[in-house]
Design a protein around this ligand. Sequence first.
Ligand code: SF4
Length: 346
Amino acid sequence: MRLPKTLEAILERAPEGRAPSKEERVQLLQVPEDSLDASTIKAVADIVARRRFRNTGILLGQIGVETAPCPGNCLFCVFGKEHTTLPPRRMSLDEIRQRAHGFAERGDLYALFLMTMHEFDLDWLVEVVRAVRQDAPSHTQNVVNIGDFDLCAAKRLKDAGVNGAYHVCRLGEGMDTSVSLDARKATFKVIKDVGMDFYYCCEPVGPEHRAEELVEQMFMGIDYECFQHAAMRRVYIPGAPLAHHGQITERRLAQVVSVVTLATLGCSETQSIAVHEPNPLGLSAGANTAYAETGANPRDVESDTAGSRGLDMAACRKMLYEAGFQSLRRGDGMTIDLDRDYLQVN
Ligand code: SF4
C-alpha cells in the first residue's frame, strides 16, 4: 500500500515543525475517513503532538454556572432562546464552590472554566471568579467561556484572577447564530490585548461542513495565536433546528483534530490541543487535553450534564492514561507522573 506523493510530501514536513498550507489542509480534510490516508494523517499528527507536548496531558474542568433562553440563539445549542425547553437556573455561590472543589481536589486540574450564556452579569461573574480563586490551589488557572466582552470587562475579570478565555467564531456564525462575526473577532483582540490565554476550537463540526469552511474557521484561531486549539463535533440534539444534518463520527472528528494539530505547527503560542467531547480516538490523533464538565452544557438535554454527557475528572484522567500520556501538566507548568499507581490513588 502506498500513499499519494502529495500527501507523503505534506506529512514528511510535519516532524520538522512545518505546517501544511491552507490548500493542503483542505486536501487532508477531503481524504475519506475510512482510508489508509486518513489513518496515516492521524498517526503522524499523534506522533508530532506527543513530541511537541512531551507526551503530557492536560485536565480541564468546566462548570456551566447558569442556564437561560439564550439570545445567541445558536441553532445547534440546547439553550437557543427560540427552541430551548430547559428552565432558567443560576447556581448559588456555594454550589459553584463545591463543584470547583470537586474538580480541583486531587491537585491536577490545569484550569477551571466558568461558562455562562451569551449575555451575563459581569458583577456576579467577578464575584464567582473571586470566590473560586480564593478556594482553588494556586497552580490551578481560571478561564471564562462567556459572550462577547470589551477591554474594560476583560480588565475586571483579569484583576479578579482570570487567566484565559475560550472564545470562538463558530461555523455558520451569524447565519446559524444571532451573534456577529465582527463582535467575536473584536473579543479575540480584547483577549490578546489584555494578556489572557486564548482558547479556540474548530466547532461545531457537522456532516454538512465542507473542508474549505473548516479550514477558514480553524485558521482564525491560528491567526490570533491561540494558546489552545481544538475540534468539537456538533452533537445530535433531537428538536434542535440543525438536528436534521445528523452528526459526524468520532473517527471523522479525530481526522479534524489531526488537521488542527498539523495546522498549528507554525504557531509557537499553541501549547495544547483538545477534543470535545473527550474520546480515545481524538487523543490518539493529536489532542492532549480532556475536559470534565458539570452544570449547564450546550450539547446536553439534561439541565445538569454531570452524570449525563459530562465526564468527571476520574474518567478524563483515566482516558488520558489509556491514551498513553505519561504525565499531567498543572496550571503552574509543573508536571505530575500519570501512571498506574497515580490512577489507583486517585
Ligand atoms: S452556544 Fe452559547 S451563545 Fe449559542 S445559544 Fe448556546 S449558550 Fe447561547
